[in-house]
Design a protein around this ligand. Structure first.
Ligand SMILES: [Cu+2]
Length: 163
């Protein structure tokens, strides 16, 4: 079989591009641990308010875990429950969030905390809180007419500072 030399070049180029892409994807997934929201933790989004921990959104102190606080967040059009989160400086916080209707975002502006909240899936992120101040939490997934109004606030307080 005769293959034209330019066709051969294209075949080699195509296969090489594919291999390079798969290597980059492999390094990202297996070495750097970047994964999309997996099917690991799913939830019936229509009954989300009846399923723990979403029966009780808010900040909860926990004992005997790798983190000090669990912040349970329930997003819906167009607000977050709880509307305000307060955690002490130096704590390790696990954010546990989901949506009860459409896809919402959960981005704490000025930090690397940024999750997509999909109905039916539980999004989690553990972060060390090492800066005091007020951080705006915004929805960064367009979710409807009230999208721009959808926000919450993270307040980080220094427990050693007298109020
Ligand atoms: Cu939105």
């Amino acid at each position: 079989m005769h293959i034209h030399k330019y066709e051969k070049y294209w075949l080699v180029f195509g296969v090489a591009t594919l291999v390079a892409f798969l290597i980059i994807l492999g390094i990202g997934a297996f070495h750097q641990g970047s994964h999309p929201n997996s099917n690991k933790k799913t939830i019936d989004y229509e009954k989300v308010k009846e399923i723990a921990p979403f029966t009780n959104p808010g900040v909860h102190k926990v004992e005997g875990k790798d983190w000090d606080y669990e912040v349970v967040i329930l997003a819906s059009a167009f607000f977050y429950n709880p509307p305000e989160i307060e955690v002490p400086l130096g704590s390790k916080v696990k954010f546990i969030a989901t949506s009860e209707d459409v896809i919402h975002g959960f981005e704490i502006a000025g930090t690397n905390i940024n999750m997509m909240l999909e109905p039916g899936y539980i999004s989690e992120y553990v972060a060390e809180i090492n800066q005091t101040g007020e951080f705006l939490i915004v929805c960064n997934e367009y979710c409807g007419t009230g999208h721009t109004l959808m926000h919450s606030m993270l307040k980080v307080v220094d427990p050693n500072e007298s109020k």
